[in-house]
Design a protein around this ligand. Structure first.
Ligand code: HEM
Ligand code: HEM
Length: 184
């Protein structure tokens, strides 16, 4: 088992970060759409109540992932394709990271700034307050907007991964999955 990334594939740690966080992020996207949060829909009743807890876990994971990604930068494979396509892939990954940082941070600002307090699995981290903090709420209100941008980016990212796999027939998707390649 290769823990570190190589030119041929992402190592176990990068793959775990990628897929665990992707799963959590898709769970977070369930908060989109008011019709499922109207108290009637099972998604709104079972998944969305965990939104802050899962969001805070993502907030803890993202700096660890960034540190790991930076430590692997030299040895991991460069995105496939050349010129504009390679630039798009790099820029896209950078924007995905930016969203992974900004979204949970604005979520925290929204909760704390609005005086709602903050808790993680029932443990109180910040107490509720009568007073709201206007600058925090103003910044926090970007949470939903950036989430929409994030959804679009993830869909583009998914499309690119499928395009590489089924149209270009290269190993872009395989090197992020569990299939073993020759040189890993
Ligand atoms: C990567 C992590 C996160 C993602 C992807 C995410 C995504 C979303 C989405 C898609 C919505 C629905 C927006 C809409 O109604 O149009 C939402 C709402 C909300 N989220 Fe998050 N969230 C994350 C983390 C957090 C965290 C850490 C907190 C709080 C500590 C939080 C607090 C809230 C609140 C209070 C709302 C409802 C208010 C609003 O719609 O503006 N979120 N989030
Ligand atoms: C749901 C949220 C997702 C986020 C935030 C995300 C983010 C990222 C990021 C930042 C990278 C660059 C490598 C790294 O630093 O980890 C990456 C690589 C990759 N992702 Fe995702 N991803 C998501 C979902 C998916 C999905 C659903 C698929 C495909 C089914 C996918 C397929 C890939 C592939 C194939 C790579 C390798 C690209 C390359 O080496 O050029 N990702 N992803």
């Amino acid at each position: 088992m290769t823990y570190h990334d190589t030119q041929g594939r992402y190592g176990v740690i990068s793959r775990l970060f990628h897929w665990i966080m992707a799963l959590f992020i898709i769970i977070q996207f369930m908060a989109l759409g008011s019709y499922i949060n109207d108290g009637e829909h099972w998604v709104g009743n079972t998944i969305v109540p965990w939104h802050v807890d899962v969001g805070l876990l993502l907030l803890v994971l993202v700096p660890l992932r960034i540190i790991w990604m930076l430590s692997q930068q030299q040895q991991r494979a460069k995105p496939q394709g050349q010129g504009v396509m390679a630039l798009l892939a790099k820029g896209g990954h950078l924007l995905l990271y930016l969203c992974m940082v900004l979204i949970p941070v604005t979520g925290v600002l929204l909760m704390v700034g609005g005086g709602h307090g903050l808790g993680l699995f029932g443990i109180e981290l910040v107490a509720e307050s009568e007073k709201s903090i206007s600058w925090a709420v103003a910044l926090g209100e970007w949470h939903a907007q950036i989430s929409w941008l994030f959804v679009a980016l993830v869909l583009g990212h998914l499309g690119a991964a499928l395009y590489h796999h089924f149209v270009k027939h290269d190993d872009t998707l395989v090197r992020m999955t569990i299939k073993r390649l020759g040189n890993s």
